[in-house]
Write a protein that binds this ligand. Sequence first.
Ligand code: SF4
Ligand code: SF4
Length: 237
Amino acid sequence: MRQKIRKGILTFSALLFPLTFFFLSPYLIVLSATQGIVGGSAMVFFGMFILSIVTSRLYCGWLCPGGAMQDTISKSNDRRWNGKGKNLSKYIIWAVWFGFIVCLWIKNKPLTDDAMFKFEIDPQYLIVYVAVVTIIFLFTLFTGKRGMCHSFCWMAPFMIVGEKLADLLHIPRFRLKVDPGKCISCGKCAKACPMGLSIDKMVKSGKTDSTECISCLECVDACPNGAIRCGIYAKQR
Ligand code: SF4
Ligand code: SF4
């Protein structure tokens, strides 16, 4: 039941993407920064960072329209994306992109805010939207399960930084907890994981923290023996 609700929310989010893209766009935040404006997408990304201090990457697993599209494509290609440096590339892209935005903000001070910056469907917006959706589709089709989340999502690093900050400050956040003694090594959790994580091995080792976990809870629901649960816990010292 929980997974049906999650997939329903994701589908709804994907349908709304032509509108919500205004607030998730990697391009509009740059355009607004060139004019000394903190736009809606910058505000949303900041909100993601703050929320992730407690909610980790729940957004990615439960609400992200790009994630919803990838999960649909994974029905055609459900192999794990095992490319070299597959997780590292998104941090490099993010650091260059966000560093450039911060430089623009510094250069164009004083800043103003406009949550509805460029909130109009014009040809330029449609071109960027179609380009981003096409890249998501093709990249995932070529790579495998949530390839874009692993390799070039511009939003994930904001949340991963939030998770790291929570752990550094020992703030309890949403995470998995496991009981290795209950695991019968059936592998159902790993098969169900949309991120292609080896959660079965992680359960056995007792270490389930992964920056790539999107808190979708597929593994929790797939485990026949209740070896995985979830909740808000501080990082174990
Ligand atoms: S490890 Fe579990 S909660 Fe994390 S992404 Fe995989 S299935 Fe989802
Ligand atoms: S589904 Fe449960 S029992 Fe099976 S490998 Fe995963 S944690 Fe172990």
